[in-house]
Write a new protein. Structure first.
Length: 374
């Protein structure tokens, strides 16, 4: 039987032909395709200004710089997330304040967020885990009450909706990723959704060396900016993907429904949050990542993953606990701080889910899990 990876991008012939056209056009780095991609993303997000960068990690760094966050500042963020956000908070010289997540949704616990707010807090940086939006009403109520910026890590949540509104179409700053494991890929890439054109112009400077143009045609730099521009080749791929995003996400939801129907339930797995009642289509399902019933298993997680791998089924781990990385242990973090986060880090396993899969592939994964655990 063919190998089933845990994720795989779907790139169609129209997109591949479009890339060939860009390669032949004579303009391959940031140019007309970037402008088109930004306009199309802006349309998709209700007209808000969007600027693309060469990764979500870069977009997070630039978002923090745009908010003027630096040494002495605190940013509240989950530890149950990809390393990028905690890393970038540390990189700009600020302190990530790690807050606990709920076990089922794996999204920030807003009661814990409120307890973590201090006079030094400048921003909340939540992750919409696996495409399930955080409680946006609670998030923005806290941000308003304490006058905090919000940088949403929506790397996994393009196409997700909260009470009918797309993530990124409202709120403060939103970051998307176009890495191949995400719902929309540009090979690599990211986007930052902004409040107004003034912020958009600042991002154009921050993503390209800090350069501004003077009236006499020469250039000036007032800030040591990075180089985070997205090439046109990548933007053209993103455009081809955006045209199919709703179809891809609908397919992901169908496959997840099949997982819920077929999942072996003889052991006490903790299955993912199914999406808010009545708003199930608001979940974009980047991953299907249940928690293993480790206490009831004769094998450990590496053995479980190896047994699936031996049956031609790939798995992933999302995520390790960021506060327990060497970087943050050196700053005093330790086991026992965040019990839900640490349990998720020990027990999570990401199962195959991507739009080119079939319901029969889901059945195959579920049967293999039953066999491995019996
Ligand atoms: C993938 C991911 C990122 C980083 O995205 P890149 O585009 O690879 O920089 C950040 N946050 C989360 C939650 C992610 O899943």
């Amino acid at each position: 039987m063919s190998y089933l990876p845990f994720t795989r991008p779907t790139l169609d012939e129209e997109t591949i032909a479009g890339v060939a056209e860009v390669l032949r056009s004579g303009w391959i780095t940031s140019g007309p395709q970037v402008k088109r991609f930004e306009a199309a993303l802006s349309d998709y997000l209700g007209g808000r200004p969007v600027r693309v960068l060469n990764s979500a990690t870069a977009a997070l760094e630039v978002a923090l710089q745009l908010c003027g966050i630096g040494p002495g500042d605190e940013v509240i963020t989950p530890s149950q997330t990809f390393f990028a956000a905690p890393n970038m908070i540390a990189k700009v010289g600020a302190t990530p304040v790690f807050v606990e997540v709920e076990l089922l949704s794996r999204n920030l616990d807003f009661a814990a967020v409120e307890r973590a707010i201090t006079p030094r807090t400048r921003a909340i940086l939540p992750t919409h885990f696996a495409g399930l939006p955080v409680d946006m009403a609670q998030l923005y109520a806290l941000a308003d009450r304490y006058r905090l910026r919000v940088i949403e890590d929506a790397a996994l949540a393009i196409g997700s909706r909260w009470r009918g509104q797309r993530i990124g179409s409202f709120g403060d700053l939103t970051v998307f990723s176009f890495h191949p494991n995400k719902n929309l890929t540009a090979i690599e890439g990211g986007a930052l959704v902004l409040n107004d054109e003034a912020e958009a112009r600042e991002v154009e400077t921050l993503r390209f060396h800090g350069i501004t143009r003077l009236p006499d045609g020469t250039r000036d730099v007032a800030f040591p900016g990075g180089k985070f521009n997205l090439p046109d080749v990548n933007a053209r791929i993103g455009l081809g993907q955006l045209a199919r995003l709703e179809e891809f996400n609908a397919r992901r939801r169908e496959l997840v429904a099949e997982y819920f129907r077929r999942f072996p339930t003889d052991l006490p797995w903790l299955l993912p949050h199914p999406g808010y009642a009545g708003e199930e289509t608001g979940h974009s399902w980047n991953m299907f990542a249940p928690l293993l019933p480790l206490a009831h298993m004769a094998i450990d997680r590496p053995q479980f993953r190896a047994a699936l791998e031996a049956r031609g089924i790939g798995t992933g781990l999302s995520y390790e606990a960021a506060h327990l990385t060497t970087l943050f242990r050196r700053r005093g973090h330790h086991e026992g701080e965040l019990p839900n986060t640490e349990r998720i880090a020990r027990e999570t396993v990401t199962l195959p889910l991507f739009p080119a899969m079939t319901p029969a592939d889901v059945a195959r994964v579920c049967a293999a899990i039953s066999e491995v655990l019996s």
